[in-house]
Design a protein around this ligand. Structure first.
Ligand SMILES: *Cc1c(COP(=O)(O)O)cnc(C)c1O
Length: 437
C-alpha cells in the first residue's frame, strides 16, 4: 500500500492528537512504515529525520537492537499480569534501579505522563489528609507550565489553547511567576531573575501555605511553553520554600528526565540527588526509550509511611489496568543498561558541543532571538513570524527531509541521542534555508 491509501483510511478512521482535523486537508500526516535510528521512513520510501524524538519520547533511535531484544525476550515469559496481588521481576528491578538513581522510592506506575501527574497530586493531597491536615488541598504550578491534559493535570497546566475551553470542568489552581529567563528585565541575569521568581512565590506561600498541598514544576525546561529554560537556583530556592512552608515539591521530569538536560535528571543540576530537591518525581516519555507507554511516580519513605495502616481507606487505592506492564518495564531496564554501557551522558556532552558549534550561523542569524541550549535541547524564536509560521515551517522542513514541529514562533530541536554529523548538518542546513527564504 502506498502513502495515499493510508491517508484516505486515516482520515476516515482516526482522530489525531493535538490536531484540528480539518487542517489535515491541507497538511496530511506522514504515513510511517518503519524507523531506523533517528530516521522515519514512509510507505513511498521517503526518509525524514525525527528531530523531535517522536514527541520527546525517543532516546536511542527507532528499532534499537538492545531494546528490541529485551522486549522479545520478555514476550516469551510474561507479557502482562495484574499488579494488584501479583508482582514480577521486571517491575521490581526497575523500581530498585529508579530508587538508586533518584534517592526516592516506592515506585507507583501509570501508563502515561498525565496519569503520573494525577498520581502525584492525589498522593500529596492524601498524605496531608492522612497527616491530620485535610485543609491542604490546593496546588501551585508555574505560568506557562504543562503537566498533561486529563482534568486533574490540566488544572495545573497553563497553556490557554489546551485549557480555556475546559475551564468550567477544572478545579483551578494558582500559577506562580515563571523563572523563564526570556522574561527577565533588560540587563537582569538568568540567576537573578530566577531568584526574583522564587521570592514572588515565597510571598504567595506565606499567605496560602495552609491550604496548599504541593508545588508542581517542570525542572529547568518548560517544554510545552516552547522550551523555556531557567536557572537551577530556582529549584534550590523552591526546595527551601517548600521546607519552610510544609508544602510538597513535585518534580515533573516527564520530558526532561533520562538525560535530556545533560544530567540523568534535571534536578541533579540544583543538588547532588533528585531527593535533595523533590518530594515526588514523575517520569514517563523517555523512560522506555520511546517504545511503550509507561510512567512512574517515586516519593519519600515518610510519605509512603503515612499511607501504611490497617485501615484500607488510608492506603493509596488508585489503579490503572496496565500498571507495571512487564514489557514496558523490560524496555525501561534496557534503556538504563544503555545509559551505563554507552556512557550516554558523557557522550552526549560531545555530541551537544558539536551541534551547538554547527548552529553558530543560526544563532547569529538576524531573524533569530533568544537562542538557548541545555543538554540535548536547542531552541530559538523567529522574528517577524506570521500566524501560520509553525505549520508552514513544519511543511517546508519536510520537503528537506526533516521532521520539526515549531511551537508558535519557537523552533526547537530535541533529537534522539544517536544523531551523527550528517544528521546535524541536515538540520542546520534546513533551518538556515528556511530562515533565508
Ligand atoms: C508530555 C508531558 C506530560 C504529559 O505526558 P503524556 O504522556 O502526554 O500524558 C506531562 N508533563 C510534561 C512536562 C510533559 O512534557
Amino acid at each position: 500500500m502506498s502513502n495515499s491509501d493510508w491517508l484516505e483510511r486515516t482520515r476516515a478512521a482516526l482522530w489525531h492528537p493535538c490536531t484540528q482535523m480539518k487542517q489535515l486537508e491541507a497538511m496530511p500526516p506522514l504515513p510511517i512504515a518503519r524507523g531506523e535510528g533517528p530516521w522515519l521512513i514512509d510507505h513511498d520510501g521517503r526518509r525524514y529525520l525525527d528531530a523531535v524524538s517522536s514527541w520527546w519520547v525517543n532516546l536511542f533511535g527507532h528499532a534499537e537492537p538492545r531494546i528490541n531484544r529485551a522486549i522479545v525476550d520478555q514476550l516469551s515469559r510474561i507479557e502482562h499480569v495484574i499488579l494488584a496481588g501479583c508482582t514480577h521481576a521486571p517491575v521490581v528491578e526497575l523500581s530498585e534501579r529508579l530508587a538508586r538513581l533518584t534517592g526516592l522510592g516506592h515506585a507507583f506506575y501509570g501508563s502515561d505522563g498525565a496519569s503520573a501527574t494525577e498520581i502525584a497530586l492525589k498522593m500529596s493531597f492524601h498524605y496531608w489528609r492522612n497527616s491530620g491536615r485535610p485543609g491542604k488541598t490546593g496546588f501551585v504550578s508555574l505560568k506557562n507550565g504543562y503537566h498533561g491534559e486529563t482534568l486533574g493535570a490540566l488544572s495545573v497546566t497553563d497553556v490557554a489553547l489546551f485549557k480555556d475551553t475546559y475551564a468550567p470542568l477544572l478545579r483551578l489552581s494558582h500559577q506562580a511567576m515563571s523563572p523563564d529567563w526570556r522574561l527577565a528585565a533588560p540587563g537582569e541575569a538568568a540567576e537573578a531573575y530566577a531568584r526574583r521568581a522564587a521570592a514572588d512565590l515565597a510571598a504567595w506561600l506565606a499567605e496560602h501555605a495552609d491550604a496548599t498541598a504541593a508545588v508542581i514544576v517542570e525542572p529547568l525546561v518548560q517544554g510545552a511553553a516552547g522550551m523555556a529554560m531557567y536557572h537551577p537556583a530556582y529549584l534550590a530556592e523552591l526546595r527551601a520554600l517548600c521546607d519552610r512552608h510544609q508544602v510538597h515539591l513535585i518534580a515533573d521530569e516527564i520530558a526532561v528526565g533520562f538525560g535530556r538536560t545533560g544530567t540523568l535528571f534535571a534536578c541533579e543540576q540544583a543538588a547532588a540527588r533528585v531527593s535533595d530537591i523533590a518530594d515526588f518525581i514523575c517520569l514517563s516519555k523517555g523512560i522506555t526509550g520511546g517504545y511503550l507507554p509507561l510512567s512512574a511516580v517515586l516519593t519519600r519513605d515518610e510519605i509512603y509511611a503515612a499511607f501504611y495502616d490497617d485501615r484500607v481507606a488510608r492506603g493509596f487505592l488508585h489503579s490503572h489496568s496496565y500498571t507495571g506492564n512487564p514489557l514496558a518495564c523490560r524496555a525501561a531496564l534496557a534503556v538504563l543498561d544503555i545509559f551505563a554501557e554507552d556512557d550516554v551522558i558523557a557522550r552526549n556532552r560531545g555530541r551537544a558541543a558539536r551541534f551547538t558549534a554547527l548552529l553558530a550561523e543560526v544563532r547569529a542569524h538576524p531573524r533569530v532571538r533568544h537562542f538557548r541550549h541545555l543538554g540535548m535541547i536547542w531552541a530559538f524564536e523567529v522574528d517577524d513570524a506570521g500566524p501560520d509560521f509553525a505549520a508552514d515551517f513544519h511543511r517546508r522542513a519536510l520537503g528537506h527531509g526533516v521532521f520539526i514541529r515549531p511551537i508558535g514562533h519557537t523552533v526547537y530541536f530535541m533529537p534522539p541521542y544517536v544523531i551523527g554529523e550528517e544528521e546535524m548538518r541536515l538540520m542546520v542546513d534546513t533551518v538556515l534555508t528556511l530562515l533565508n527564504t
